[in-house]
Design a protein around this ligand. Sequence first.
Ligand SMILES: Nc1nc2c(c(=O)[nH]1)N[C@@H](CNc1ccc(C(=O)N[C@@H](CCC(=O)N[C@@H](CCC(=O)N[C@@H](CCC(=O)O)C(=O)O)C(=O)O)C(=O)O)cc1)CN2
Ligand code: MET
Ligand SMILES: [Zn+2]
Length: 754
Amino acid sequence: MLVSNIGYPRMGRERTLKKLLEGYWGRVLDEEGLLAGAARLEEAHWRQQVRLGVELVPVGDLSLYDHVLDTAVMFGLVPERFEKAGDGLSLYFAMARGGPNAPACAMRKWFNTNYHYIAPEWERKPVLVKNLPLQAYLRAKDTLNGNAKPVLLGPFTLIKLSKNAPEWRRALYELSPLYAQVLRELDAAGATWVQVDEPSLILDVTEEEAKALAAAYRKITEGLRGLKIMLQTYFGGLSQYARLMALPVDGLGLDFVHGYPENIANLERHGFPPDKWLGLGIVDGRNIWRTNLRQKLDLLHKVFPYVPATRIWLQPSCSLLHLPVSAADESHLPSALRQGIAFADERLTELRALARAVKEGETVVAAELAAADQAQRALAELSGRVVPAVRMRVSALKETDFQRTAPYAERRKLQSRRLALPLFPTTTIGSFPQTPEVRAARARRRRGEVSKEQYDAFIRGQIAEWVRIQEQLGLDVLVHGEFERNDMVEYFATRLQGFAVTSNAWVQSYGSRCVKPPILFGDVYRDTPLTLAEALYAQSLTPQPVKGILTGPVTMLNWSFVREDLESDQIAYQVALAIRDEIVDLEKAGLAIIQVDEPALREGLPLRTEERAPYLSWAVSAFRLATGGACPETQIHTHMCYVEFGDILEAIEAMDADVISIETARRGGFLEVFKRSAYHRDIGLGVYDVHSPRVPEVEDMERVIRQALDVFRPEQLWVNPDCGLKTRQQKEVAAALKRMVKAARRLRTEYRPD
Ligand SMILES: Nc1nc2c(c(=O)[nH]1)N[C@@H](CNc1ccc(C(=O)N[C@@H](CCC(=O)N[C@@H](CCC(=O)N[C@@H](CCC(=O)O)C(=O)O)C(=O)O)C(=O)O)cc1)CN2
Ligand code: MET
Ligand SMILES: [Zn+2]
């Protein structure tokens, strides 16, 4: 039985890769410096994994931006518009971040995670441009000897994640010879195993697809001499288990954490081919709770009748990309909590303990087992885990708590009378630039170099400056700018009971951007206002309406590491009640508009269709509970981004918000979706892309609004950027918003309110 890893966090414990990348983009580091730095980091990660006992070390997983983009470039899937973007790194980063006159490729959610990949575009027939896994293998050979396992994204998943791929059978046909060549070259170089990632196989795969895959993999693996293939799946169980077991590969990697109990049932029903290896995903690569080792040993004993230990690799459930590096940095946490968590390095240590228990007997790891048991008990007894008042409040909830007191139509009248906004009202999504100055002020506060009073005064200064800028720009509904927030989730977690925040638990979200997901360990409640002071201050500076900005309960859950001893709906209702209380405070302070952001609502949608309805049911209820206490005169907005709306439109309607602002306004298909629906409420059009430094033209934004007028009435439309502006620069923001206001005003002159 071997210990294997699927992928290691890329950024490094000190976020080295982030610093290298931002140094390169900011032109303080040259290409050589970036590549040398990345190579040093990669090697350090290999050595660390070996030190922790990993016997099959993934290589080629340290991407400079995203592994899907790597694969696209490797197969020459480069859109025409990057013709002038050069080659090598300059082309690569142009595709990721936009280049001269060439908007970036689309960024999308990687399955149901907060990691984003760059969507490949098929404008031309793929060709093999460079063999990335081979290059990685050759780099790793000396350090790792026989333990290097090159990693490669498989053809099925590559196709599924692509934009405008040809019909999938044809796409598979075009890719197969290229994959075959990649593997032949690895074979010739002496690699023993290659990990081919096919997470899309856990989706609803059709019988026809499974059959076609068998043919494709036959072609891909033909004539290999020594190289073996581990076909790696994760994030769920397999729906076409029996067929996929028959693929001509040497091993199958299955997720027994997020695919539990499905994959164990598969095993019991269909068995496991005697000539294959099982990559057994046994410790959680998505959440941070320390593994119950005894439970996992029991699981192993359920597997042994079907697969002998000699044919098993113990693995994390998925790449450790989604976990921070080491819990050793979190010594400030309450000790029971600190002992109760495991990040990437601790997960690998757990794997080694499990492997030793099997190979050398449980007594050899008695200390590890006892420590895990003890940690489990300590966590259960952790102070704040159960707060009776919170439990009582949730269990006493009534149907009416999930409803506004007046129906939408009535609310709309009251609100439009109160707000008296022009047609096509303009607003922003909440955040303004988190400049180096803002971050530095927060860092100084963290280090205790400035007092709370000094820090608060600095934040008020930022708010005042931006209220003035917004007034000058002529925006209709203002925001305070979120300067006090390091992150829209972490900030609320800092102010709520039941959450802990970490010091260094960074996880990559996209490119060089990272988040520190908070730990939701206990019952959640609010014992102090969350946003009141800043909102109140902003409103005191202007007669214009200021929109309060809160993060919704579903997003708080999806972007945190959440306890596993309580049902999601119960946890979400606790968070919802805290938000609900905040809304009451904001209303009392005179705010007429409150936005409750739910950008992660769609992301949390289960990957398999049959699990979706129950999720949407509690997610929508949680949002309704959070907002149901608002007076009819208070206008509730919600904001969502990175969303394919087609499959959740009914849920969006059911959230019963008064206005929804969405990112997708610029994407084809958005209007089609709404045209087919009965959606009749107000909608904020994301008229330009905040993720690009490019300042949009008035005409571009005007076009988005005009197109929307084919489907919506003018009275329904708001005009706003497609997300928050925190990652942009001050100058870009002012210039873009000025044009946005101009676009709205042009349309106003054509349409008159009814
Ligand atoms: N949680 C979450 N998920 C999300 C989003 C989001 O906003 N939040 N948006 C979508 C896109 N994802 C994003 C993820 C991260 C960032 C982002 O801007 N991250 C920042 C970090 C934000 C942060 O926590 N900042 C802290 C700490 C910043 C920091 O690194 N400070 C330095 C010191 C800085 C100094 O001295 O100047 C340090 O600790 O070393 C702060 O402002 O206080 C980054 O990686 O650069 C943006 C979008 C989807 N998922
Ligand atoms: C990822 S959604 C972001 C919403 C938040 N209010 C912001 O403007 O940054
Ligand atoms: Zn957003």
